[in-house]
Design a protein around this ligand. Structure first.
Ligand code: SF4
Ligand code: SF4
Length: 100
């Protein structure tokens, strides 16, 4: 298997194959998003109930261009948004940048 769902070597030993976005909210909460003035680890102000985007039709290009990849399999099955954010940042080596 190759492509965006292939984890890097040595990564994601407990990854579940997730090919479609399950609206887990991790990518709307974990990374910093300059276009939205969103800091790392803080849910986007447009992230609504059920981890759905409340400005979906007007979301910026950075969000439109984001596509599911192997990281979704690592984060989406986790039970809380906080856990998903922490795992997302851990994958990218950014867990120490969380302020709380
Ligand atoms: S991390 Fe993946 S599954 Fe979760 S909301 Fe983002 S694209 Fe969807
Ligand atoms: S604008 Fe919508 S899609 Fe983009 S990060 Fe915020 S909630 Fe997610």
């Amino acid at each position: 298997m190759t492509g965006p769902f292939q984890p890097p070597p040595g990564m994601a030993p407990r990854s579940v194959l997730v090919r479609n976005c399950t609206a887990c909210g991790a990518c709307c909460a974990a990374p910093d998003i300059a276009a939205l003035g969103k800091p790392l680890g803080v849910p986007c102000v447009h992230l609504g109930a059920g981890c759905l985007c409340v400005i979906y039709d007007a979301r910026p290009a950075v969000c439109r261009n984001y596509a599911p990849d192997w990281v979704c399999g690592e984060v989406a099955p986790l039970p809380t948004l906080d856990a998903r954010v922490r795992r997302f940042l851990e994958i990218y080596g950014l867990q120490d940048e969380l302020t709380e």
